[in-house]
Design a binder for this molecule. Structure first.
Ligand SMILES: NC(=O)C1=CN([C@@H]2O[C@H](COP(=O)(O)OP(=O)(O)OC[C@H]3O[C@@H](n4cnc5c(N)ncnc54)[C@H](OP(=O)(O)O)[C@@H]3O)[C@@H](O)[C@H]2O)C=CC1
Ligand SMILES: Cc1cn([C@H]2C[C@H](O)[C@@H](COP(=O)(O)OP(=O)(O)O[C@H]3O[C@@H](C)C(=O)[C@@H](O)[C@H]3O)O2)c(=O)[nH]c1=O
Length: 289
């Protein structure tokens, strides 16, 4: 590879893995500087990217605080939709290949348990809507050279840096909590960020296009995940299933945002995610020793 690759969100959970992996290649990497590149100011984005003239754009940056998006829909729309639209326009103008990471949160209002690429997304909250609008902006403005990957509940970051559910559960265990409560009436699929980053490197090389779901096999609850973490870490306390109403949040979470792919296995078997418990175990191992 000898591409010039422009990365947004290079400091995020997923972006760090990808930027690290790319630093071992011959690619020239430009990680968007937060002072000059601000999603909340989409007007500046187009000219900034045009000046850089990348031939690959990896768009990971987003407003990922689902509850903040619900409280401030304009922020969600500007950062996740309008900024993405400018990035897609800039990709088209540069002739660049564009990767956009979307979310299983684009689904949910239909009330199904699991969604594949043929299901038409209907989101339940503003974060999901803004990510879906981002997808549509990518398709409309960079029609020939884009890849959209929908990830599930992302696991990654590792010790001290995981700010999502798995990180919170491990922190409680480390703090000596006698009991863990975990939501059992909301479902989803996990995506291990390391596996996704490996797939992304492969996709850059292939200039793969289209829309794909990328998640480990299984539609599960946070309670299932907490129990699996408890087993892996020999946690001796109780793990109690609770209703989501126990954790009042601004944004409604869908009953299920489980995703599976109809198409991934047609690409390359070697980079497909595995069974959710095995992929979770790989990640949890990074917290041990
Ligand atoms: N985390 C998850 O569970 C899932 C995430 N996704 C999607 O995957 C992608 C990557 O997510 P993830 O790595 O978890 O995200 P993180 O929340 O870990 O990181 C977000 C990234 O976006 C940057 N960013 C946030 N706001 C702005 C802004 N206003 N201007 C410029 N940059 C900004 C952050 O920069 P800084 O460090 O400077 O704040 C950071 O690099 C996102 O598009 C997200 O929607 C999809 C499914 C699940
Ligand atoms: C702290 C804690 C939370 N929970 C539950 C409450 C709530 O349902 C859920 C919140 O976890 P998270 O913050 O990881 O979840 P959330 O913010 O919903 O994660 C989402 O992030 C965005 C970026 C996406 O794209 C989505 O697909 C999804 O991954 O965990 C427990 O069950 N037990 C606990 O001890």
């Amino acid at each position: 590879m000898s591409d010039k690759i422009f990365i947004t969100g290079g400091t995020g959970m997923l972006g760090v893995y990808v930027a690290n992996a790319l630093s071992d290649t011959h690619c020239q990497i430009v990680v968007a500087d937060r002072h000059r590149f601000d999603l909340s100011n989409p007007k500046c984005i187009y000219s900034f990217i045009r000046e850089e003239r990348p031939n690959v754009i990896l768009h990971f940056a987003a407003e990922t605080d689902v509850d903040l998006c619900e409280r401030e829909p304009a922020r969600a729309g500007i950062c996740n939709h309008l900024a993405t639209e400018q990035i897609a326009k800039a990709a088209e103008a540069c002739g660049a290949w564009l990767l956009y990471i979307s979310s299983s949160n684009v689904f949910g209002a239909e009330g199904k348990i699991s969604y594949n690429e043929l299901d038409i997304p209907i989101p339940t909250n503003y974060y999901g809507r803004s990510k879906l609008n981002g997808e549509e902006a990518v398709k409309a403005n960079c029609p020939e050279r884009h890849l959209i990957l929908r990830a599930g509940w992302m696991i990654g970051g590792g010790p001290g840096k995981d700010h999502k559910f798995v990180g919170k559960i491990i922190q409680q265990i480390k703090n000596g909590a006698a009991e863990l409560k975990a939501v059992s009436d909301r479902l989803g699929s996990i995506t291990y960020a390391v596996q996704l980053s490996e797939f992304i490197l492969w996709a850059i090389n292939q200039r793969q296009t289209g829309t794909f779901h990328f998640a480990s096999n299984g539609t599960i609850s946070r309670f299932d995940i907490a129990r699996a973490i408890g087993d892996l870490l020999n946690y001796r306390g109780d793990i109690v299933p609770v209703q989501s109403s126990m954790f009042p949040l601004s944004a409604p979470r869908p009953f299920s945002e489980g995703i599976k792919s109809l198409y991934l296995s047609t690409l390359d078997e070697s980079i497909n995610p595995g069974y959710w418990k095995d992929d979770l175990a790989r990640y949890i191992a990074t917290f041990q020793g």
